[in-house]
Design a protein around this ligand. Structure first.
Ligand code: SF4
Length: 211
């Protein structure tokens, strides 16, 4: 922000403050400024364009961002000011559609910075953000993503698992409401239909039998 303020009232002047106190709050901004990457967020002029173009902010409004900095710029600023360990969940609000980066008049690469903060959160960044410690990393999530990466980079394993998933998905639909990690999720959503693989073949066979 830029503020133009007057000095204390001079001798003989009728108007103006008797005293002026200036309190500068750093709030980790010096740290942001020294970061070769994240310093760009400090160019923000608070025009609000990124908020108005963000499809997520459009639906959920400003209070969901839990600080005075809502929208895409809030997702970049708040974790750095208040700590990544406290504000990292807000990074999940972003769909990384990139509209904010396109419309920002001072060309802050917001989507890129949000993605980098996500890397910091799981310990793959430079650990340059305040509050980046082990408490932000979920060991189960790290293990699950490592397993997923090993499957997704091996085509034969991937096809095999997908064919099994196609067979067991209908069972998942039945049992998901009783599985602790899944039950809240399926309370509000349909269990996904997985097509292809054995499931498709079984359906085709069923089709032939019914015909
Ligand atoms: S569009 Fe850019 S300058 Fe405007 S509020 Fe968002 S980040 Fe700040």
């Amino acid at each position: 922000y830029n503020n133009i303020i007057t000095s204390p009232r001079k001798e003989g002047e009728l108007d103006g403050p008797k005293e002026v106190h200036i309190i500068l709050l750093d709030n980790n901004r010096s740290q942001m400024l020294s970061d070769p990457h994240y310093y760009r967020a400090l160019s923000c002029i608070r025009c609000g364009t990124c908020l108005n173009h963000c499809p997520v902010y459009d639906k959920i409004g400003g209070h969901a961002y839990l600080s005075t900095y809502p929208g895409p710029i809030g997702e970049v600023i708040s974790p750095q000011i208040f700590g990544l360990n406290k504000f990292s969940p807000m990074l999940d609000l972003c769909s990384l559609c990139g509209r904010c980066s396109e419309v920002c008049p001072v060309q802050i690469p917001l989507a890129e910075l949000i993605r980098d903060l996500r890397s910091e959160r799981v310990g793959q960044g430079r650990k340059s953000v305040v509050g980046t410690d082990v408490t932000t990393q979920n060991p189960a999530e790290i293990k699950a993503m490592a397993q997923f990466a090993s499957l997704a980079t091996n085509p034969s394993k991937w096809r095999f698992v997908l064919s099994l998933a196609g067979v067991f998905a209908p069972l998942g639909k039945v049992f998901a409401p009783f599985v602790p990690l899944l039950k809240t999720w399926v309370k509000y959503r349909e269990f996904p239909q997985i097509s292809g693989g054995l499931h498709k073949k079984v359906s085709q066979m069923q089709g032939v039998i019914y015909e």
